[in-house]
Design a protein around this ligand. Structure first.
Ligand code: NDP
Length: 248
């Protein structure tokens, strides 16, 4: 059922991985989807084609979410074309892993700039039109690591924990305008990155997961679909953990 017909959704980092699955799902639900990317336009084109092959529609928009000027002009363009942004999925993220003793300041700055500041800039950019419309859905894709911590990821875990605090604060600011703000916290998800891991590393990961298997990108897309649909209308300021039980 096209329950999101007439709604516009922006998915940052929607060109591949988890973001692509979210774009496909929201488009299948009837939303007009804007697929964001920063460095690989060919992946965004592939996502758009997959959506169109399924009979739905999408637009590609390249911009760096960590750059305030680019974010402002991108959302101006989207609002001019589509009228408003109803759904924002802050999905784009990067890693620059390393133990803190050896982590460069630039690794900290890059991860915080993209994963946390980028989400802030995009949320700020959509806030005016969502408030005017008195309807909006914002979903931050955080990580189990933002809740549990992880050796070698102080920058990433700090940014992902920051997204949770940001979502809870925005949820309080926006609730009276019927705008919900939630997080989805994936555990280990099968993506290009995890597929490249050696068999013994994958086996070790699975051993940490009570449900005994890695998650799929569709598991995350399904959680986002729930939060932006009417079934999710009474949730705000929440973190939906989609991790096979690896963190409870
Ligand atoms: P990928 O590395 O597969 O894709 C990252 C996406 O983000 C790409 O579309 C990339 O665009 C985009 N991107 C990166 N930097 C920017 C930027 N500055 N501006 C705009 N877009 C940008 O990521 P995953 O699909 O694996 O992960 C998606 C989200 O889920 C991330 O936030 C990640 O932290 C989180 N997550 C992932 C888990 C996993 O197991 N995969 C587990 C827990 C959380 P381009 O290709 O053009 O560079």
């Amino acid at each position: 059922m096209k329950i999101l017909a007439g709604k516009t959704a922006v998915v940052t980092g929607g060109s591949r991985g988890i973001g692509r699955a979210i774009c496909l799902r929201l488009a299948a639900m009837g939303a007009m989807v804007y697929i964001n990317y920063v460095s690989r336009p060919e992946a965004a084109k592939e996502t758009k084609k997959m959506i169109e092959d399924a009979g739905d529609s999408a637009t590609i928009i390249g911009f760096d979410i960590a750059d305030a000027g680019q974010v402002e002009s991108a959302f101006k363009q989207i609002t001019a074309e589509a009228g408003s942004v109803d759904i924002l999925v802050n999905n784009a993220g990067i890693t620059r892993d390393g133990l803190i003793a050896r982590m460069k300041e630039s690794d900290w700055d890059a991860v915080l700039a993209t994963n946390l500041k980028g989400a802030f800039l995009c949320a700020k950019a959509v806030s005016k039109t969502m408030m005017k419309k008195r309807w909006g859905r914002i979903v931050n894709i955080t990580s189990v690591v933002g809740i549990s911590g992880n050796a070698g990821q102080v920058n990433y875990a700090a940014a992902k924990a920051g997204m949770v605090g940001m979502a809870k604060s925005m949820a309080r600011e926006y609730a009276s305008r019927n705008i919900t703000v939630n997080c989805v916290a994936p555990g280990y998800i099968m993506t290009e990155m995890t597929a490249a891991l050696a068999d013994d590393v994958q086996a070790k990961l699975k051993a940490e997961i009570p449900l005994g298997t890695l998650g799929t990108v569709e598991d995350i897309a399904g959680a986002v679909a729930y939060l932006v649909s009417d079934d999710g209308r009474y949730l705000t300021g929440q973190v939906l953990h989609v991790n096979g039980g690896m963190y409870m």
